[in-house]
Structure formats: structure tokens, C-alpha cells
Design a protein around this ligand. Structure first.
Ligand SMILES: [Zn+2]
Length: 310
């Protein structure tokens, strides 16, 4: 059903694009593009901020033994505050509970129920285990890798709206770049093995990661930000600093504002169609998922290769 709608939307866009100018325009006129900032109605635009992982399944460990979930929650709170202060008062901060696999279904279902315009999932990066080295910190043995640093942004081509997901991700990448932050290029390297990704926007640092569950199953444009590597000893300290968190938050606010303005140029029909899409991950979706892998339960399915948590 979702894919059927997507086909209709693409066909409609194609038709609009070939109609003679003056009848219907799919693209904004120049004067509209110049007034982008004025066209974003911030109080009407809802961003769902997804805190990556849960207290029970806290994700990666930092070089100093701190859970990724703690970093994710702290940065997401800062972003939430910055968005609200900027007038995006419908922003929702989403913290999930339970074990990783089950939490994925719950967080996607919640995100889809919120009638959001955009989902941004916040994470902090680590490295494949084979790159980890040992050191002692505060009398405890910990693991680190100073080999990689920098942020990265991921989108899924299996999202209901891959084009707008990429549009927002690129806007975010540009805002981070404008603030002097560099993305990490190492996901394109062959040594990343199953974690190797295609770089979709080499200027903004946006990678394609189709199987990421939260991006794939959320029915609004979605992106995942790995804000920095907490396995890197220097970058961990930077990521813990209020200055870096504020810098990233400001980049998110400006990217959301640009994206919101771009969305305001969408033909009304396309927005209406999206609002009619199912807003929950339905039992039907679960049935289809089970059908692909025999009688596996949804939580079992998540642990298989169809989806990736992180
Ligand atoms: Zn993570």
C-alpha cells in the first residue's frame, strides 16, 4: 500500500513537470525561493527527535566507558531546546525503553502516530571491534580508536520519501560544514566490510543506508546523525562539551528551517496524499515482515540481516 502511493506520487510529479509553464508548476518560482525563510511556519512544523538506543540497550561505549545512550540523550535534549527556542514548538523528543529490537518497533510506531514532518535520529559513532585498542582510564581497562573522527549522516532509499530525506540530510551536512565540522569519509572504505556505505552527497557527508530500521519504516522524511566518534579519545571530550552540542544544535535548527521552507513549496495534493498514508506500523506490516522470514516474530526479525539497528 505504501509503495503503491509512492508510485502514484512519482507519476504525478512527472506529469506536473511536463505540463506547459503557466498551467501548473511543480517547482517554486524564483521570487518564492528568495523568500524561503518567511515561508516556514515554524509553530506548525513538527520534528520528531529520536534518541538513539535505550537505557537497557545503550549502544556503543565511549573511550572512557560512557554509554552512547547518555551522549545521545544529552545532545538530543540540547537540540530539542534549541528548536523550541527558535519557534519549532511542536518538536517532540522521543526516548524509547526496553531492549533494542523491541524498541525499534515501538519507536517507529510512535513516530508515525505523531503526524510529524521530519524525523531526526541522534547517535554517536564507534568503530568495528577489530579497530579497538586497549588503554586504562580511571583505573579501568577501556577500549578506544583514535583512527576515525567526524560526523556522518545516513538516509534510507526505502523510506517513503527518500528524496526529501536526502534533501534534509544534505541541508544538515551543509550547516555542519559551515560551522567548520568535517564528516568522516571512512564509510566508503573497503575495510568497513558490511558497514561500507555509498556516499550520496560527497560535499555534505550523506551516506545511503537502506536497511536502517528507523529510517526505513518511518513514514516521513528521516535522517540519522552520527554526531561524532566517542571511541576517539579527543572527540569524546569534544562531544561532551556544551560548546560542541550548541554548535550541532544550531546547525540542526538552520537545516530544519531550510527544509520547512522547502516543504512549503510542495503542491498541496502531495502533502494531502502523505497525510492519508497509514500513520502506524500496522499489524499488517508485521504480517508482511513475518511472511518474508517464515514465522519469525517481529523482534526476531529485527536481529536478522533485513534491518540494522545502528
Ligand atoms: Zn547508535
Amino acid at each position: 500500500m505504501i509503495r503503491d502511493w509512492r508510485t502514484v506520487a512519482v507519476s504525478l510529479a512527472t506529469v506536473l513537470a511536463v505540463l506547459p509553464a503557466g498551467i501548473v508548476r511543480a517547482e517554486p518560482p524564483d521570487n518564492a525561493a528568495k523568500s524561503d525563510a518567511a515561508r516556514c511556519t515554524r509553530p506548525d512544523f513538527r520534528v520528531v527527535l529520536d534518541v538513539g538506543h535505550t537505557a537497557k540497550s545503550p549502544g556503543a561505549k565511549s573511550a572512557r566507558g560512557v554509554d552512547e545512550f547518555d551522549f545521545n540523550r544529552r545532545l538530543t535534549r540540547q537540540i530539542d531546546q534549541a528548536l523550541r527556542e527558535a519557534g519549532f514548538t511542536r518538536t517532540v523528543l522521543m526516548v524509547s525503553e526496553g531492549r533494542a529490537n523491541q524498541s525499534l518497533y515501538a519507536r517507529v510506531a510512535r513516530a508515525n502516530e505523531l503526524s510529524a514532518n521530519l524525523l531526526l535520529s541522534i547517535h554517536h559513532d564507534a568503530v568495528p571491534d577489530r579497530f579497538l585498542e586497549k588503554w586504562e582510564y580511571n583505573g579501568k581497562k577501556e577500549a578506544f580508536s583514535d583512527r576515525f573522527k567526524g560526523h556522518s549522516i545516513f538516509v534510507s532509499d526505502d523510506n517513503l520519501d527518500p528524496k526529501d530525506s536526502l534533501l534534509f540530510a544534505s541541508m544538515l551536512g551543509q550547516q555542519l560544514k559551515a560551522r567548520g565540522l568535517q564528516y568522516t569519509p571512512h564509510y566508503t572504505e573497503s575495510f568497513m566490510g558490511r558497514w561500507r556505505r555509498t556516499l550520496l552527497d560527497a560535499d555534505a557527508g550523506v551516506y545511503r543506508y537502506d536497511t536502517l530500521f528507523v529510517l526505513k519504516k518511518t513514514q516521513v522524511p528521516a535522517a540519522l546523525l552520527e554526531a561524532g566518534s566517542i571511541a576517539n579519545r579527543d572527540e569524546e571530550l569534544l562531544m561532551a562539551s556544551p560548546e560542541r552540542q550548541q554548535l550541532i544544535s544550531a546547525a540542526v535548527v538552520d537545516a530544519v528551517d531550510s527544509f520547512c521552507a522547502a516543504q512549503s513549496h510542495k503542491p498541496a495534493l502531495q502533502i494531502t496524499q502523505r497525510s492519508k498514508a497509514p500513520h502506524v506500523l500496522s499489524a499488517h506490516s508485521h504480517q508482511r515482515a513475518r511472511a518474508r522470514t517464515g514465522n519469525a516474530t517481529p523482534s526476531t526479525l529485527v536481529s536478522q540481516s533485513n534491518f540494522d539497528i545502528h
